[in-house]
Design a binder for this molecule. Sequence first.
Ligand code: 6PG
Length: 237
Amino acid sequence: MRHEVRVAELPEELAAEATELVAEASCRAVTDRGRFSLVLAGGSTPRRLYGALAVEPRFRWRETLFLFGDERCVPPEHPRSNYGMVRQSLFEPLGLPDRQVRRMEGELDPGEAAERYQRALQNTVGDDPFDLVLLGLGADGHTASLFPGTTALDETRRRVVANHVPQLHEWRLTLTLPALTSAREILFLVSGADKAEILAEVLDNRPGESTYPAQRVLRESSRRTVLCDRAAAAKLP
Ligand code: 6PG
């Protein structure tokens, strides 16, 4: 498993280092291709990063297409909406025009929302791989909304699907393994002592089949970095 693991001392430093990596990736993409396609992660960890990105002068946000890795099936103004969290922490501080964002429509029927997002991806990035995908890690080894044992893990064709998550008794929208693993670059952001156990298991280099969705993403992608803080790194060898 060829990946780089970087450990920052504190969550603030993790956010600062991640900001650096995203800004650099945006400069490379704009230089090479005139545009930067960035897939955003949900949850709580990336919020600090988004706040720092909003004031990072080297981040080429004007040439960035903002996409989402997953969404809860709730309206955008719902407190659990990933879009709502990013709008508040990044889009509004940037004064970002809506045309630069493709939101997963969590308020719609999940199947319809997935089909609409599939079309949105086709109409924006086409068959081009995402330049950078930001991902979090759940304590059960999920990433995006690819939860252990759920049907989305078996999708080999579509880039986005509706995924029923029995563990949560809810539907989610999520990019699939083919969509994530074809990205030019992947950056996992992992923070907190509650992730120490799962991070050590996911990064376990012993051969054998991948046990966790996050491990599959790591094993099946080309270029990826795992950025964690000292608390999350506590059980790494
Ligand atoms: C979501 C995320 C999910 C998240 C992990 C980690 O919609 O919840 O996409 O994959 O990244 O659950 O969440 P925290 O950052 O809150 O620990």
